[in-house]
Ligand binder design. Structure first.
Ligand SMILES: [Zn+2]
Length: 137
């Protein structure tokens, strides 16, 4: 055991054990908050949601913009999209993203990371260890 492991052990002993047992039940994605202003739609809690998803904002933005068929940008914690969209539309696209790029298709848990290996992308699940090939966003 090297120093890093010891350090990790010590760190883990100082937090409740529960914190390291992620489970599907605790995957609480906040409801999408979206308002229309003029010809733009403002997704107000975008930052909050991508934090829960543990995904880079740019990647989620790219997916959402593509699905909505418009251009988008991130400003502060908001995502802005050209055009008028409903909360339901945004929520539906978000669900599609979660199904494709967050939830493990083997155990259905959200404890995953996207990894890139020799030009291919995989969804690596830390709950069951499954590695699933995915298409880049
Ligand atoms: Zn899994």
């Amino acid at each position: 055991m090297d120093d890093y492991d010891k350090l990790l052990d010590r760190a883990r002993s100082q937090v409740p054990e529960d914190a390291f047992k992620k489970s599907g039940e605790r995957f609480q994605v906040p409801a999408v908050q979206l308002i229309v202003q003029g010809n733009r739609s403002i997704w107000q809690n975008f930052q909050e949601i991508i934090t829960v998803l543990n995904r880079p904002g740019k990647e989620v933005l790219k997916f959402v913009s593509g699905q909505l068929g418009t251009a988008g940008s991130i400003e502060g914690g908001n995502a802005l999209f050209n055009g008028k969209f409903t909360t339901e539309q945004a929520a539906e696209v978000l669900n599609r993203y979660i199904e494709s790029y967050v939830t493990c298709p083997v155990c259905t848990r959200p404890d995953t990371d996207i990894i890139k290996e020799s030009q291919a992308y995989y969804l690596q699940c830390s709950a069951c260890g499954a590695r699933t090939s995915i298409r880049p966003v």
